[in-house]
Every structure is written in C-alpha cells, then in structure tokens.
Design a protein around this ligand. Structure first.
Ligand SMILES: [Zn+2]
Length: 878
C-alpha cells in the first residue's frame, strides 16, 4: 500500500472526476457494466463536448463514445440552464439551475459521460454573442474552459455550435467562439499561467464541429438520429443535405445497436434526454437513425473517423505496452457468470498502472480498482444515520463491506475524509463470504462548520456568473461530498483503494429506494415568507418569520436587522421548539420610511451562542435526489407608492409561477382556481382573474372553460392572460425555447399555422419561436398610447417604471391581432423592429380582457416597483 504518491498535478487531474453523482437509478449493472469497464480499461481516448446549456448536447454522440467506444467522454455545459422556463414547477434562476444540474447528472448515468460546468449563468435568451460575452466576462469563461481542458486533457473537442448567427441563441454562438479560443489557449503556457500550479498546458489533437444546428448539414436522411436523437427540440440543420457540395467528413455510427446494453446509441440518447423533465424533452425511442457527421475545424484533417491517427492504446504512455496486452487477455477471459476469473489479470496490471506518473494513468488506476471490486462482487457503502446533521451534533456513519464472491478479499483499513480526517477502527482481516464487515464512526460536527451548500452558490453570484474562490471546484458538476470514506482492501493479493461518499440511503414507500447526500444543516432555519416585502404606502405591515427546527430542542430568539429609516417591533421574539421538523412563526411589525426606497433586511436567530441567518429550502422531485440549500435569510424591502383597486383575485396557475404569493404579500385576497372552479364556480365574486404563465398550454381545463371566462368578462369581469407559448408546428414535438423561429404565417382561422389564436374574445396570434420577444431587460419601452387607462389608472405610469427590470422584458408576444384590440406599449431588442403585441386589450361586454406577455412572473417576485405599478393597473382595469 505504498504505491500512491502522485504529484499535485496528477491529483488535480484525478480530482476533476471525483464528485460522483448519486444515481437516481443504475441503468446498467452486473455483466454489462463489468464488460463495459473491462473495455474501458484498455481504451485511453478522451472526448470533450462543449455547448451552452443543459439539452444542447449531442447525446447520441456522448453515448457512442462513452458506451460504444468506451472512451472517457464528458459534456461541458457552460451554464446550468438557469434562464430557461421551468415546465415542472415554480423554481427559477439558481434553483432551476440546481434542478437542471441533477437532471444532467441523471442523463449522464444513462449515456455514460461525465458532466462539467463553467461559472457562466444562463441569463435568458439573447440574440447576440456580444451581449453574452460582455455579461459572462470573456476572459473569465475562457479561463474556465481552458482549465477544464487542461484538467480533463481531451484528445478531441466537439463543439455543439458554430459560433455564427446560424446557432440562433447568442449563448450558443458564444460557446463555440470561446471553445475555439480555448483549443489554442489551453496549450499556451502564457495564457492563464496561474492555473499551472495545478495543471500543465494541454493541446487537444482535434477541434470538431458537430453537424446540423448551425454547423454543416446533417447526414442525408439523418432525421432525428443524425441530429443527435434530439427529436424536434434540435434546431434545424443550416441547409438541406442535398445542397451540400462539401466532401463527406468523418462520421460516427450513432445509430448502431449495442447488444451488450440492448440499445442503440440513438436510443440511449432518447432515454438520456428524457431525464430533462424541467425542459419537457421527453421523447420516444425509434429504431431508425443515421450516422452523425462532423467537420474538423482544428488540428490535422480526418477522413473517416475523429480519432484517425490518434493512438488511444496503452502504447501512448511510457511503460504502457504490457498493460494493454494484459487487459486484452482479461477481456478474452471474461465470462459473464464468473467475473472473478478476470481478477488475476487485473491484479497483474495493478503495479504496472500504478508505476506510471501520468494523470491519465491515475484515472485508469481508480477505474481498475473499481473494476476489481465489481468483479469480486463487493458491496461497499458509507451510510450516514441521518441525512442532516447540525454543527455540534454527532455525525454517525456505518461503513459496510461485503464480499459476495469466492475471491479472497481482506479489509485492511479505512479513513473518513472531508468533514473529519480520522482513521476508522477497522479490524483488519479476511472477509468471509457474504458476511458484512462494519465499522462505526461517531463524532461531533465542529460548532463553526459551514452548512452544506451548492458550492457555486456559497457566494452571492452576480447576475451572469458565479463567484467561486476555490479554483479546484471550478468545472465540477456537483458538490464534493461533505464526507467520504477511503477504504483499503486486498483482493487476490493486490491492494486496492475505493472511495465512497457518505450518503443516506432510504426507502420511500411510493418510490422505493432513494439516495440523498449527507449534509450539514443549521440547527434552525430562519425562513422568510417571500424574498421581497412590498410597502405600497407608509403604513407599517406585519412580517412573519418561521423558525424551523433541524435538531431537537432548539431554543433562542429571533431579531430583525434593518437599515436606517426602517423600524421593527418588538426588538426580538423568543422561540422554543421540541422536535426536529417542528416550526414556529413569530411576527414583527415593520414600519417603512415615508419616501420611496429599496433596502435589505436580515432575520437572525440566536441559538446556543451562534447567530443563524440562513433559511432552508429543499428542492424535491421524484426524478432527482432531493437538494437542500440554505439561502441567506435576507428580505428585500421595497417602499414604493402603488395603488390597486382590485381586492379579490382568482388565479389560474399554469406551469408554475410565484405571482400568487407575491400578490398575497401585497395584501390581495388570492384564490387559486381549481378545475371545478373553472367549470362551475362563481367567477363573478372576483374583481379580476389572472391566467398564469402557460396556463393554456398545460391545463386542458383552461381551454375547455375558455367560454366561461369570456362570459365572466362579458358580465363585467377583468381577465388578464399572461404569456402563453405558440403551438409547436409538430404536435408530437416539444418546443425548445432556444431555437430560432420558423417564419410565422399568420392566417387566422386556418389550421396550418403554428400559432395560438383562441386566447381572447377576438382572435390574435402568438407564433411559435423566438422572433416575438424582447430579451434585453433594459430595452427601451415606448408608451404608445399614453391616455390608455392601463397607463393612467390608478397609477400614472411613466418611463421610469421600466427601470430595474430583471432578465427580460417579455416573451411570446402576439404578432397579429383583431382590430378590436388596442395596444399600449412597444418595445424591441437592439436592431429589431418595435413589437406592439406585448400587451393588447379590449373591452368586451361590460368587462375588460388583457393579454400581456411582459415577464411579470419575473418582475413581481423580484419586487420591481414599476412592474408592480403596471400590473396593479391591469388588475384594476374597468
Ligand atoms: Zn441551448
């Protein structure tokens, strides 16, 4: 066990893959998994695929290289997809990024690739790479890509995009522009020399452009398979294949069937992409498909295969040749029912692999140890006794090893690392067949231990990039585990080392076995009702703070820390809780200053001498491991004069937004309308009814009861419909908000057009695609009809009300409308024609109908005062 003294450089490279995700399920196991591992041990090629977002990746290409060619394969998504629309819940921004991170990790479990991210944040749809690079910081994100290339050391880099306007989304273009620069910069020691403390310069052999989606055309007849098994969510190829005059470039048989796994790579791609629940990319397998084609844009040309002329055998490493021969023997000797028979070959290779001081050899050594453990049927687990532990409480872990084969295995030693660095009390000795050997560990978590947070959220991000102080964390997909156990075993005479994160495995009665990371949590969480408190006049209002116990018997007091000019009473409130999971609500009266202002307040609980200023939030969905985060218990205080005459609001929740809570915070009486309310409820009791974002897209009951809603308007109601998506031209396809729009053909009453028309009392058209949106949140907005009641009552709107908006102005504007409608506002992105269809309205019977595609679902929860005044006018329209 003296074989491992790798250089710091080697450690840094190996660490990049250390954050193994907690699988929602294991797609492959047993003989299929072991056979894959054996082939992978004898394959030294590495592929890095780069694009901008979760769901941009060519999943079939990842599956082909990872599962078919057994290469190390990774997808670098520059962002975590924070700016997209959430199809499964109300999470937005950083929280949506957390969901998409886990969805990508689930997808990678299926296609077999690894996952990386840069610090870039998806700030929403943009038309230009210039805006993207300016917001992200060109050098910052270039440095991240260079860092990941230097650590992962790919032979080939595959760009998903071309870096030209054909890519559509400005972030797509920027991903390719930066990747091209990084291909050269990673090899240049004068570029980002501060990284050379941990890594060496690295020149990838080839830079590749994947076909379709802004690149060269996909293979003839490529269809879904040729475009990466992405179905219709993949933008169209730049030109039909038939018009191509380019010679056929290198390609990959991504439609090939893998009999060991029982799927083609295109099928794996569909299964993998279907993990992106929050994007609605669920798709269906198809047996057909074509080769994926590529263009070499950097490095030596290649005629047929992307790895032409690149040695991916052990011969590429000094001292590697005999290792390749041994692994070839192992593969020849593999019998699915008796994997232990290959252990002697693997054991023979161990010292030879360990002797090579090269980052790739160290990665292979860890793979080799895992493969030996798999061949020996070893069960190795570090199980926390509870998923959450507070500082000061005991962190209890049971480490279990079981030998489920006839191979001779001894358990030599183990050490817990991370939270603690302590040797475990292992009784060294041989493991009896199927007899668990367990080691207990229990120690108090240090009082000052930081809480477990997604590392990219530990510091407040700017709007467009995360701030990460530890260079070694940059690029990682997920948190390193709070604690892990490093075990040393001897299998058939060879020492191996296995690392397992400390996790919490449990049974959910409905879903079966589930896994969560073991995390450190505050003793109590100080939860605020909303991130924003609005004071529409100078009157005081009550603010409720809920204290949630994560441990038994916490006791203390809560206080509010307020900026000058604001007052709270009382000064503090005591609380006393008994059981973990209980909560208590305390109430303060907060008085704002007379004048308009914006400030920040913090709620702090003092427990056992420690101030806790964190709330707790768990993001839980069946398809991903639950994610806990502990945001600062800060609340934004907005003192702004806002008048509203409506009181009772009916809200038709669509795909999920936070407007109802925001309206309640404002003091309105909000009722969420159920299916039966829509069918037979008394709608006349509401001053206004609001349709949530995409309500007409996701709730059949809304369309079905549209005539009742129109009757409500006719009888004097006010009905406000927020943005709805245009229908996709392919009824079997899900719409990807990132793709360029097909040219709209606006013909009312004909079924051939990709538009949504039946949202109001008179027709108007919302086209499918991105043309009719305003993505720049500072884009000028013109008040085109200043006398309109929507701009005058009860709040007088002026241009300043469009200051301070977040992410975007609006999306899915109407493109054409019946002459009964009046317009109010016009806005456009730089260089575009003004769009007047963002807000149209009409009187109908005794009531008012308003369609408004401005992004209220972002502005109201963010407490943007002008947006509140504008929206208050919509609710108050008569
Ligand atoms: Zn994208």
């Amino acid at each position: 066990m003296t074989r491992r003294f790798p250089s710091p450089l080697v450690v840094a490279a190996a660490l990049l893959s250390a954050a193994a995700p907690l699988p929602a399920q294991r797609p492959f196991s047993g003989a299929a998994e072991i056979e894959q591992s054996l082939y992978k041990l004898n394959e030294l090629g590495t592929v890095l695929h780069i694009a901008a977002h979760p769901d941009d990746e060519r999943t079939n290409t990842l599956a082909y290289f990872a599962r078919g060619r057994h290469m190390r394969t990774a997808y670098l998504s520059l962002t975590r997809g924070e700016g997209g629309q959430n199809l499964i819940g109300s999470e937005q921004g950083a929280q949506l990024g957390i969901i998409r991170t886990q969805e990508l990790l689930d997808a990678r479990q299926i296609d077999g690739a690894e996952q990386f991210f840069s610090r870039a944040i998806d700030f929403g749809f943009t038309r230009t790479p210039e805006e993207t690079l300016q917001k992200w910081g060109h050098d910052r994100i270039l440095s991240d890509i260079v860092w990941i290339i230097r650590r992962y050391r790919p032979d080939i880099i595959i760009n998903g995009f071309s870096g030209t306007p054909r890519d559509g989304h400005g972030q797509h273009q920027a991903s390719a522009i930066l990747s091209k620069e990084a291909f050269t910069a990673a090899a240049d020691p004068t570029k980002f020399p501060e990284q050379l403390k941990w890594v060496q310069p690295w020149q990838a052999k080839r830079l590749i452009q994947a076909a379709g989606f802004g690149g060269p055309p996909a293979a003839a007849g490529g269809g879904r398979g040729g475009r990466g098994g992405r179905g219709a969510s993949q933008p169209q190829p730049a030109a039909p294949a038939a018009e191509s005059t380019e010679p056929p470039g290198p390609s990959a048989d991504t439609a090939a069937f893998n009999p060991v796994l029982g799927y083609s790579y295109d099928e794996l791609a569909v299964l993998s992409r279907s993990m992106h629940h929050s994007q609605g990319t669920g798709a269906m397998r198809r047996p057909d498909g074509a080769r994926s084609t590529f263009t070499v844009i950097g490095g030596p040309p290649a005629r047929d295969d992307l790895f032409e002329g690149i040695d991916t055998t052990w011969n590429r490493l000094p001292g590697g040749a005999p290792i390749g021969a041994i692994f070839a023997d192992a593969i020849r000797s593999f019998q699915p029912a008796h994997p232990e028979k290959v252990i002697p070959f693997l054991v023979k290779a161990c010292p030879l692999v360990a002797a090579i001081d090269d980052p790739l050899a160290k990665v292979k050594l860890a793979e080799l140890d895992e493969t030996i453990a798999a061949c020996a049927g070893l069960w190795i687990e570090a199980q926390a006794h509870q998923p959450e532990t507070a500082p000061g409480a005991n962190f209890n872990v049971t480490t279990t090893v079981v030998n489920r084969s006839t191979a001779p295995v001894s358990f030599d030693s183990a050490r817990i690392e991370g939270l603690f660095n302590v040797d475990l009390a292992v009784k060294p000795g041989p493991l009896a067949y199927n007899q668990p050997a367990t080691v207990e560990f229990s120690r108090a978590v240090p009082a000052g231990q930081p809480y477990t947070q997604p590392f990219w959220l530990a510091k407040k991000p700017t709007a467009d990039a995360y701030q990460i102080d530890d260079q070694l964390l940059i690029g990682l997909a997920d948190n390193p585990p709070a604690a892990k156990v490093r075990l040393h075993l001897t299998v058939d005479g060879a020492p191996i080392e296995i690392v397992r994160p400390v996790h919490f495995r449990y049974a959910d009665r409905a879903q079966g076995e589930r896994l969560r990371p073991a995390v450190i949590v505050p003793a109590v969480a100080v939860n605020l009702p909303m991130p924003v408190a609005l004071f529409p006049d100078s009157a005081s209002r009550k603010v409720q703070i809920s204290v949630h116990a994560n441990v038994a018997n916490p006791e203390g007091e809560v206080r509010l820390e307020l900026p000058a000019g604001w007052k709270a009473a009382p000064a503090s409130q005591p609380f006393k809780l008994e059981r973990a999971g209980e909560q208590e609500v305390v109430t303060f009266t907060v008085t704002p200053p007379a004048g308009e202002t914006t400030a920040s307040m913090r709620a702090v609980a003092r427990v056992a001498g420690r101030d806790i200023a964190n709330g707790a939030q768990v993001i839980a969905y069946p398809h991903i491991p639950s994610q806990a985060l502990f945001p600062a218990s800060d609340i934004k205080l907005v003192r702004a004069n806002i008048k509203v005459t409506a009181r009772k609001i009916g809200y038709i929740m669509g795909a999920g937004d936070e407007i109802p809570d925001a309206l309640r915070q404002f003091g309105l009486d909000v009722t969420l309308l159920s299916q039966s309310d829509l069918e037979q409820g008394d709608l006349s009791r509401f001053d206004a009814i609001v349709a949530g974002v995409r309500a007409y897209n996701v709730r059949a009951g809304v369309r079905a009861n549209h005539s009742r809603l129109m009757e409500y308007v006719r009888n004097g109601g006010t009905y406000v419909v927020q943005y709805q998506m245009g229908d996709s031209p392919d009824p079997n396809a899900q719409h990807n908000a990132n793709q360029p729009a097909p040219p709209p053909q606006l013909t009312f009453g004909q079924n051939t057009t990709p538009v949504t028309t039946n949202l109001g009392p008179y027709p108007f058209a919302v086209p499918f695609g991105n043309k009719y949106r305003v993505t720049v949140e500072e884009a000028p907005v013109k008040l085109t009809n200043l006398d309109s009641p929507l701009l005058q009552y009860p709040n007088h709107i002026n241009p300043k009300d469009f200051d301070g908006w977040v992410q975007e102005r609006g999306l899915y504007f109407a493109a054409q409308w019946d002459p009964h409608y009046q317009t109010v506002l016009a806005s456009q992105d730089p260089g575009e024609d003004p769009l007047a269809g963002g807000e149209i309205w009409t009187r109908y019977g005794k009531g008012v109908y308003i369609f408004t595609a401005y992004a209220w679902f972002r502005q109201l929860p963010a407490g943007v005062p002008g947006a509140w005044r504008l929206f208050a006018n919509l609710l108050s329209a008569k």
